[in-house]
Design a protein around this ligand. Structure first.
Ligand SMILES: Nc1ncnc2c1ncn2[C@@H]1O[C@H](COP(=O)(O)OP(=O)(O)OP(=O)(O)O)[C@@H](O)[C@H]1O
Ligand SMILES: [Mg+2]
Length: 509
């Protein structure tokens, strides 16, 4: 490694602009300098242009203006293959793995070298795992993996190419604490060995602790860049949103009235997916948090309640009426699920925003046998866009044209309609910027205050405590503890989620 003073940047962007055919200008005159062996943070609100910049670097988008330099030489990478061959590995925001291939096959997809041969591959795979200190079955099919594991496969895939620069677009957005630490560890370890990183994240604590330098994008323009050490969270937030922002309000909700009607009853729910004898009730006005580590079964419980898991057994009642165990019956009974893997399960890319938003609710928007009333649909879409602050040209925009965080807000918004009574959210704010996060939590509170019931599964216990009235701690597919939100703490939830019993919870504040 060279001393930083005499170093030419490994990668630099100068005056880079990118406009899309629909007129959106995603980048204007953007610059970036990534020094060799450094960890460079890239931050900005949803729609600021981070992923677009990354796609330019990765050779997936041709910039409209400006130049890209690699080790001081001007380059034009017309394909992702060209960037990869030069030494840039990119982990995109939405992991494009091949679901029907195994972990091993995915990891070496597209990488050249001696590991075309099965034996060499396995040995190299084992070396990679050791390098990152992680363990995963090489023969598992990717479609059977949890989202966090898929993210790890994408990281392994990037490392397998032996890149000098690894670009990560929100690598930890759907990871639990343990895996998040694996990612940090990988970044720290490899950067110490000379690999440079460009790291995009909405978790500002990650950016502050992991990166050496940081670039802030706002509306496609670089508004600040500097040494990370000269920033604290407040200054970074201010640079991102362009104004002071109140911290996510930590007002723990009081329990709801015990006389409130029971909206959702779940009895003896179990599934081979790892749900074991789960029974609970949720009253109107309640926001129940499911706090659990990755693999604890928190998502599986929501899926089983919703009827998305055909192998699940047990009873689910809404308003005292049994609901058949299919998503269609669940929707008819007023249940909605916003899954963690929103990209795969939530949206139809070739439909405009307004159509995606009114999909779940076509019956109530339709008058008699006529087609859904376009006016009503357009109005709703405009309301959702305004309520959630979705950055887009308008309701006619295709969802494929949205930034990652804004697409998530559309999924969230499509269920916010009159027919939903039981709202189930899996990691509701993953990938959402600091400003929108507060908005979404407020919408959840409002939904409950209007008589709905909400189930929120999250690995961010702080977030659960910010919205929930009651918390279930999930471990090994069971609800192992229940706490009123105002009588517990992040520390206590973490202990319980890790399997330390009540007796050991002396650390709870
Ligand atoms: N293919 C496309 N066609 C048209 N507009 C697009 C396209 N891709 C992105 N955009 C627009 O470009 C802008 C920047 O999007 P980008 O995905 O770079 O944002 P981002 O900073 O990565 O946001 P997020 O934090 O939500 O992932 C947004 O307004 C987005 O709607
Ligand atoms: Mg993005």
């Amino acid at each position: 490694m060279h001393p930083a003073m005499v170093t030419t940047p490994l990668l630099s962007l100068e005056g880079v602009g990118k406009s899309f055919p629909n007129g959106t200008v995603a980048l204007r005159g953007a610059r970036l300098n990534v020094l060799p062996g450094s960890v460079h943070g890239l931050v900005g609100a949803n729609g600021a242009g981070k992923s677009t910049m990354i796609k330019v670097i990765a050779g997936a988008h041709a910039p409209t203006t400006g130049t890209v330099r690699w080790k001081g030489e001007e380059v034009v990478w017309r394909t992702p293959g060209a960037a990869r061959d030069a030494g840039v590995a990119t982990i995109m925001q939405h992991v494009p793995l091949a679901p029907t291939l195994t972990v091993l096959e995915n990891v070496f997809l597209g990488s050249r070298g001696p590991w075309r041969l099965p034996r060499a591959r396995r040995a190299e795979f084992a070396r990679l795992l050791e390098r990152v200190n992680y363990d995963i079955d090489p023969d598992a099919e990717v479609m059977d993996l949890a989202i966090g594991e898929r993210q790890m496969v994408a990281i392994l895939q990037a490392l397998a190419t032996g890149a000098e620069l690894v670009v990560m677009d929100e690598p930890t957005a759907s990871l639990a604490e343990g895996e998040r630490r694996v990612v940090f560890d990988v970044v720290r370890r490899l950067s110490a060995q000379g690999t440079a990183f460009l790291y995009v994240s909405h978790f500002l604590d990650e950016v502050l602790s992991l990166t050496d330098r940081v670039t802030v994008l706002r509306d496609g323009t670089v508004v600040e860049e500097g040494e990370t050490a000269s920033y604290d969270e407040d200054r970074l937030v201010q640079a991102i949103v362009g104004r002071d922002l109140l911290a996510v309000e930590r007002r723990t909700a009081p329990p709801v009235d015990a006389a409130a009607p029971v909206l959702l009853t779940v009895r003896d729910l179990r599934s081979p997916a790892g749900v074991r004898d789960v029974s609970f009730e949720v009253r109107a006005g309640e926001v129940v948090g499911f706090a659990g580590l990755l693999g604890s079964g928190r998502s599986e419980i929501l899926h089983a309640v919703y009827g998305a898991d055909a192998r699940a057994r047990g009873e689910v009642l809404v308003d005292g009426e049994a609901v058949r165990r299919t998503p269609r019956a669940a929707v008819a009974a007023g249940m909605a699920l916003v899954p963690e893997d929103r990209n795969a399960q939530g949206l139809i890319g070739t439909f405009p925003i307004w159509k995606n938003i009114s999909l779940p609710d076509l019956p109530s928007l339709a008058s008699g046998r006529a087609l859904p009333r376009e006016r009503a649909e357009a109005e709703r879409a405009e309301r959702v866009i305004a309520d959630l602050g979705i950055v887009c040209p308008g309701p006619e925009a295709m969802v494929t044209e949205l930034s990652g965080g804004n697409a998530q807000k559309v999924v969230f918004g499509k269920w916010l309609h009159g027919g939903t009574r039981v709202f189930m959210l899996d990691e509701p704010t993953a990938g959402v910027d600091v400003g929108a996060k507060a908005d979404i939590l407020e919408l959840v509170r409002r939904f409950a205050a209007q008589g709905g019931a909400v189930l929120v599964a999250s690995s961010e216990f702080e977030e659960i405590l910010a919205v929930a009235t009651r918390v279930f701690v999930v471990r090994e597919g069971r609800i192992v503890a229940e706490r009123p939100a105002h009588e517990t703490s992040e520390e206590e939830l973490l202990m319980l989620a890790n399997g330390f019993g009540e007796g050991g919870a002396q650390g709870a504040a």
